[in-house]
Design a binder for this molecule. Sequence first.
Ligand code: ACM
Ligand code: ZN
Length: 623
Amino acid sequence: MRKIIFALVLASSLLASACSRQDKPNEYNLIPYPQEIQKIEGQFELSSFIKVKYVGDEDSRFVAQSFCDLIAKSTGIEIQPEETSSLEVEKGAVKFALNPNQQGKEGSFALSVTKKSVLVSSANPVGLFYGFQTIRQLLPPQVEQGDLVEGVDWLIPCVEIQDEPQLKYRGLMLDVGRHFFPVEFIKKYIDLLALHKMNVFHWHLTEDQGWRLEIKKYPELAKVAAYRNETLIGHGGRRPFKYDGKPYGGYYTQEEAREIVKYAADRFITVIPEIELPGHSQAALTAYPELGCTGGPYEVARRWGVFPEVYCAGEEKTFEFLENVMLEVMDIFPSEYIHIGGDECPKVRWEKCKKCQARMKAEGCHDEHELQSYFIQRIEKFLNKHGRQIIGWDEILEGGLAPNATVMSWRGEKGGIAAAKQGHDVVMTPTSHFYLDYYQNNKKEEPLAIGGFLTLSKVYSYNPMPKELTAEEQKHIIGVQGNVWTEYMPNSEHVEYMVYPRACAITEVGWLGADKKDFNSFMQRLGGHLKRLDVLDVNYFDKLVKPGTKSKIVKIEDSGIVELTNNTPGSVIYYTTNGNMPTDTASVYNQGIKVTDACTIKAIAVLPTGEQSDVLEVVVNKK
Ligand code: ACM
Ligand code: ZN
């Protein structure tokens, strides 16, 4: 097997060296893939003779300037964008043209690359920006280098593209409460969102284990709530608990948060801040114990989990505090949405608290779920009054949904379906497909994670439009998001390891839609795309995973389908069903293997380099 693969690689490299560079086959390793693409032979070459032009106002100029900045560093070609009023292609020019007459929704754009010219046109600046990202992905990966690269032909393959996102919300969340990440990393995280045409950074800023945003009116948040005395060692489910004995913490100043908002806005990304309420608030209560039902004392949590100490819903000071916090949050974050959390709020303190019980009586709440609903509706009213909308985890459905709330469906799709049926907007982020804190390989071979098992192919397979919804109701599914909870991700490199390349699959799900996506095509493109992530120094997961790490014994009645999944971009799975070792005569795996009799399937994954995984055996028995 290895030999054959090696021979193939050798043959193709000989072929390549025999051709001139203009004859190199074009690569279109675009992620997400465009809605419509026509591949064309030939390339446009960047040189110091080209011009960069823009049509439109400051936003267009900004996109053109971003393109110039990208190429200047690595190619040494320094160009200043020039304004023009002509929407037509221009020989020797890369043009970004804002054209209000163009059709299409927000983010839609057309890109035409010929040997003589490059033209991106769109009715809106964000479309121009996405066109720029497409050009960026068409350029050699070394363009990302950030300093001068010699010996590269700076070619953009010719192509005609018409593109637009299927879903308007495509995001990633980052939990900075469990672990704290430096501003420079947050910027890198945002840069990668931009590269992948994602448009939301959901910043989970407050947790039991740490409050991470400076609030001027409540200085104890930064002094006390941002720090814990020590951190759990090992998994949160394992007893007895052991701790590292080291104080841990940090927070973002308002100045830093504003800098992040601006950095994201320059990349057409909205930052949605999350201020958790009424639960996951033990750190805040440690700083301001009068906001809890028992009055404390509390401590910033040192281990992971769900804690009973939550804001008192009967105490007026709670609402005064949260409203004051929200005033500062709204001043920093211009986003329409403010995320208010709402998940995992135990009610044990409320059940025993006189003030909470009095509030329930006064408000006519039948149970504590309705008290939570009162809590959230009150915060919603306040935020609505200031022109903002709330978004919250699907528990906000319990006890009655706030009138204008958008729901983030995480405990599967149930909450999302219920919310859409009630006419509320929904972002799909189910644990089953989008929890990037889950294992992505055999857990024995991986650093400690929370649990679960979520392969790249499973992420990719997600269809955010549940069949239970009518076409009209499906319009309420506004987007998708990957969640990155960081209990077991102590540093930035570890975050990248868990997020990429699974986030590449999420963006394609949101952008391309269920009808057009194709996993085989995605894996082929991903092989090339990862070279770009290499240059960008992204610590992505790249282990060769055995095909089908999960089920090894399968029971069938008359017949069944055995699915083999493999995570490694660019690898091919070979298999046999007669018990023989997979060799060069083995079948290539494309889709589930249909079996009608008892048999043993043997499979391996092989990379183009010849590296191969161990053999996986699947024993098929008849019931
Ligand atoms: C969540 O994962 N608790 C939203
Ligand atoms: Zn209370």
